[in-house]
Design a protein around this ligand. Structure first.
Ligand SMILES: Cc1ncc(COP(=O)(O)O)c(C=O)c1O
Length: 357
C-alpha cells in the first residue's frame, strides 16, 4: 500500500499549518455582521494597505468575491461586462453574473499569455445610444495570474493600458486576482503596483497562500461599503469570522515568501515533464505555480489512464481536457515530491510498448 500522498490537484488543497491553527484558537472575535470583528478588521486593513486600496472586505470564496465585484460595478440589470473567453468568471463560476446579477458577458479572446488584445477590448465596448439594440458596457475584467493559460502573468504596463482604455470610455476595471500574489512574486512587482489601475481587485487567501478559506476584495471605501451590503444579500455575512481571518493573516505573513520556491518547483516539474518522451510542455510558459502538459497523440495512454496510474502511487491531479493534465504546486509540495512524480510518470510511460526506449 502506498502511504505517500502528493496532491497536485490545486493550490486550494493545502492544510492549515500549526501557526494558523494556533491563531484560530486564540483569535479575538466578535459579530462581524453586526459591524465589527477585531481579527477581520485587522486582516482587512492590512490587505487594503498591501493592495494599495482604501478598504478591503473578507468574503468566503473567490467566486463570491468576483460576483460581488461585478454586481457592485453593474448595478443596473442588463449591463454588459467584457471579459476573457477563458476567464474563470466566464467559464467556472456557474454563470452567476448572469443568473444572479442580470449582467451580460461579452467575451474577447484570451491570448496564450492570458491577455486580451486592447483593440479587441475597445471594439467590444457597446453603447445603446449608438444602437438601441446594444446593452451598456460598464466593466472590463482581467485575471492575474491567468489560470487557464497556465498561471501566466499580466504586466503592470498591460494592466495600466486596459485601465486607461476603461477610463477613456467611462468604464470600471476589475481584476480577478485569485493568484495576484503569485503574479507579483513572479514579476517582481508589488501587488499594489500591479493593481493600481483597477477599481476593484480580489486576492484568494486559500490558494497559494494556504489559508483554510476566504478571499479579499479591495477597492475604494465607497465600493467596499456597497460590496459589504451585497455580501450580506448573497448570504456571505459571517459572524465570528475572525477565526478564519486570523488564519488568513498568518497565511499572508508565512507564505507569500514561499511562492518563489513554488514557482521554482513548477519550473523543475515542467522541464522534467518535457524531457519525458511522449509528453509536451513549454517550460518557458510556466511563470508561476501551474503546469499543464500534453500527452502526445502517438502515446497509447489517455489522460484518465495516466491519472489512475498516478493515483495508485499516491499522486493526485486533474485532467484539463483530452490528453491534457494539470499539476498545481503549493507550499506543501516538496522538491522530492516533484522528483517522485516525474519518476512515477516516467515508469508509467516506460511500461507502454510504443514509446519504450
Ligand atoms: C482565477 C480564479 N478566480 C476565481 C476562482 C474562484 O475561487 P473559489 O474556488 O474560492 O471560489 C478560482 C478558483 O480556482 C480561480 O482560479
Amino acid at each position: 500500500m502506498v502511504t505517500r500522498r502528493v496532491d497536485l490537484r490545486s493550490d486550494t488543497v493545502t492544510k492549515p499549518t500549526e501557526a494558523m491553527r494556533a491563531a484560530m484558537a486564540h483569535a479575538e472575535v466578535d459579530d462581524d455582521v453586526l459591524g465589527y470583528d477585531p481579527s477581520a478588521a485587522h486582516l482587512e486593513s492590512e490587505m487594503a494597505r498591501i493592495m494599495g486600496k482604501e478598504a478591503a472586505l473578507f468574503v468566503p470564496s473567490g467566486t463570491m468575491a468576483n460576483l460581488i465585484c461585478v454586481l457592485t460595478h453593474c448595478q443596473i440589470r442588463g449591463s454588459e461586462v467584457i471579459l476573457g473567453d477563458y476567464s474563470h468568471i466566464h467559464i467556472y463560476e456557474n454563470g452567476g453574473i448572469s443568473t444572479i446579477g442580470g449582467v451580460h458577458p461579452r467575451t474577447v479572446k484570451n491570448n496564450d499569455d492570458g491577455t486580451m488584445d486592447i483593440d479587441l477590448i475597445e471594439e467590444a465596448i457597446r453603447d445603446p445610444n449608438f444602437d438601441i439594440c446594444f446593452p451598456t458596457t460598464r466593466l472590463i475584467c482581467l485575471e492575474n495570474s491567468h489560470a487557464h493559460s497556465g498561471g501566466r502573468c499580466l504586466s503592470a504596463e498591460y494592466t495600466d493600458q486596459v485601465g486607461e482604455l476603461a477610463k477613456k470610455h467611462g468604464l470600471k476595471l476589475h481584476i480577478d486576482g485569485a493568484r495576484i500574489f503569485n503574479a507579483s512574486v513572479a514579476l517582481g512587482v508589488p501587488v499594489h503596483r500591479l493593481v493600481k489601475a483597477a477599481d476593484s481587485v480580489t486576492a484568494c487567501l486559500s490558494k497559494g497562500l494556504g489559508a483554510p478559506a476566504g478571499t479579499i476584495i479591495a477597492g475604494s471605501k465607497t465600493f467596499i461599503a456597497k460590496a459589504r451590503i451585497l455580501r450580506k444579500t448573497l448570504g456571505g455575512g459571517m459572524r465570528q469570522v475572525g477565526v478564519l481571518c486570523a488564519a488568513a493573516m498568518v497565511a499572508v505573513e508565512e507564505n507569500v515568501g514561499k511562492l518563489e520556491s513554488d514557482h521554482r518547483k513548477a519550473k523543475i516539474l515542467a522541464e522534467g515533464l518535457n524531457n519525458i518522451k511522449g509528453l509536451k510542455v513549454d517550460p518557458t510558459t510556466v511563470e508561476t505555480n501551474i503546469v499543464y502538459f500534453d500527452i502526445l497523440k502517438d502515446v497509447c495512454i489517455t489522460e484518465v489512464e495516466l491519472l489512475k496510474n498516478l493515483e495508485e502511487h499516491g499522486i493526485h491531479a486533474m485532467a484539463e481536457g483530452p490528453r491534457k493534465i494539470r499539476f498545481v504546486i503549493h507550499h506543501q509540495i516538496s522538491e522530492s515530491d516533484v522528483q517522485y512524480t516525474l519518476s512515477c510518470i516516467q515508469k508509467a510511460l516506460n511500461s507502454l510498448k510504443n514509446i519504450a526506449n
